[in-house]
Design a binder for this molecule. Structure first.
Ligand code: CA
Ligand code: CA
Length: 195
């Protein structure tokens, strides 16, 4: 095996990823070459620093949170399989997938899984609730410095008040879904991947 072997994706691996993520063969090979070009250590995994070289993430106020979502808890490397699994949340829902009841499990790009992904960007301590503090942190990242702590605090309070139906002063995933019921999440959380 030469050193180039590590840069090739096996055909059966492509098939497995296809099944798991719904990406097409050509999307997978294209994303694989993107993956390997980001992999500066050339060890088949990406670190947080590798992700920070993606310009779209570097300028996104939630970039660090999104990068974090690629990493399984307690790990600081992600392999191609894990990379694709996370990206799959951003895959648009195709027309022919909308009424598919035969799927063995819910696809990664379903509305619920997209929402769960967004929810986890807020829920830093992963206790399945968004606390006032966690909401404040995200608000601060998104609005920058042009708004006072007091104003941000009252936005956070109002948001929680509106969402919190069981009165525990935090937002559960169910409450989160209710708030976003009328929002076109499928559209907002989709990236057009070229075919
Ligand atoms: Ca939390
Ligand atoms: Ca609640």
């Amino acid at each position: 095996m030469g050193s180039r072997a590590s840069t090739l994706l096996r055909e059966e691996e492509i098939e497995e990823i296809k099944k798991e993520t719904g990406f097409s063969h050509s999307q997978i090979t294209r994303l694989y070459s993107r993956f390997t070009s980001l992999d500066k250590g050339e060890n088949g995994t990406l670190s947080r620093e590798d992700f920070q070289r993606i310009p779209e993430l570097a300028i996104n106020p939630l970039g660090d949170r999104i990068i974090n979502a690629f990493f399984p808890e307690g790990e600081d490397q992600v392999n191609f399989r894990g990379f694709m699994r996370t990206l799959a949340h951003f895959r648009p829902i195709e027309d022919n997938e909308k009424n598919k009841n035969a799927a063995p499990s819910e696809p990664l790009n379903s509305r619920t899984n997209k929402l769960l992904f967004a929810f986890r960007l807020y829920d830093l301590d992963r206790d399945d609730k968004i606390s006032r503090d966690e909401l404040l942190q995200v608000l601060r990242m998104m609005v920058g410095v042009n708004i006072s702590d007091e104003q941000l605090g009252s936005i956070a309070d109002r948001t929680i008040q509106e969402a919190d139906t069981n009165g525990d002063n935090s937002i559960s995933f169910n409450e989160f879904m209710k708030v976003l019921e009328k929002v076109d999440v499928e559209q907002k959380m989709s990236i057009r991947f070229l075919h």
